[in-house]
Design a protein around this ligand. Sequence first.
Ligand SMILES: CC(=O)N[C@H]1[C@@H](OP(=O)(O)OP(=O)(O)OC[C@H]2O[C@@H](n3ccc(=O)[nH]c3=O)[C@H](O)[C@@H]2O)O[C@H](CO)[C@@H](O)[C@@H]1O
Length: 380
Amino acid sequence: MSAAPAGGPSVLVVGGGTAGHIEPALAVGEAVTALDPTARVTAVGTPRGLETDLVPKRGVPLELVDPVPLPRSVGGDLVRLPGRLVRAVRGAREVLRRTDADVVVGFGGYACVPVYLAAAAPLRPASGGARRRVPIVVHEANSRAGIANKLGARFAVATLAAVTGSGLDARVVGNPVRRAVATLDRAALRAQARATFGLDPDGPVLLVVGGSQGARSLNTAMAAVAEEFSRAGVGVLHAVGPKNVDDAPVVPAGGAPYLTVPYLDRMDLAYAAADLVLCRSGAITVAEVSAVGLPAVFVPLPHGNGEQALNARDLVAGGAALLVEDADLTPDHLRSEVLPLALDPDRLQMMSEAAVRGGSRDAAEVVARIALDAAGKAPR
Ligand SMILES: CC(=O)N[C@H]1[C@@H](OP(=O)(O)OP(=O)(O)OC[C@H]2O[C@@H](n3ccc(=O)[nH]c3=O)[C@H](O)[C@@H]2O)O[C@H](CO)[C@@H](O)[C@@H]1O
């Protein structure tokens, strides 16, 4: 997204912490710019999350607000606003003023609370004129809405969700996926992708991704069988997570390559290189895997309210993916179930066709149109 001429709508996409909150924000920002090249898109996050790394790499201006502990419920706690939240909201109002925001699109998480509260109160724009509220569009990526989006939905002009049953009274639009992934033709990019990573041009490739932070249980289980996969001719591209580099599996040369990286900046190439993915079932990962038609073995994060199992449910039911509980992801399971699957092109083809049928590739554009409408400056 390059600098746009001044005068177009100012769209704030708000989501921070893990990539699961940042990627949909960037995907919608990208779609806004595609629909209206005069639009000024700004990402808003906190100093603590992956956004300080990911957002500048995509060439999108980043504004930071203070992270605030989320209250447990939208009730009394919010009335007794702690000082930190008051300061964070004040900072967020400065961001709204500085960017002359026409609309806020929030994706939940820490960064959203102060921005939602700032946008909900009338504000005099930097460009002058009467005090006004900044319209809020809320998007919930997960099967169960978090507290930040429950709060935002109270003030929103449009509430959107990836799936039904999130607990919000929302229009269901799917999950926004970045353009390079949403428009990916895996077969067309396969040779280039494999060459980029140093994988064999032919032969099966397994992608292993434990969400944006990596997953120790996936790393540990794969480390125990890495050499067997390599000897069996299955190449592996394994994103271990930025903090897990020291524990990355090391495999002697001789078999198919086993490549480890801290983080994959080009997930489009990773999906194109792979025949199968072993991964956590964060909401955006599930949306991407579905959009590109890649067969998957999902290992839901065992913490929280069980939402990662819910995220994977439709793809599993449709035959596009398998689900393994975290506790059952043993080296023996990888050896007896995942390795044979990686070596079975017919079964992978059937799973891939089922995945493509379930994919939703246009959610980013749908959300972008709603945001531009809310800004009152949608292109005719
Ligand atoms: C521990 C935690 O808080 N998990 C949540 C977090 O997961 P997490 O941050 O892991 O998010 P997702 O799995 O939804 O998405 C991960 C995103 O990071 C990208 N990626 C990942 C690894 C990599 O090396 N390179 C890369 O680009 C993926 O392509 C995807 O776009 O947000 C999701 C969306 O709200 C939630 O469903 C998860 O429950």
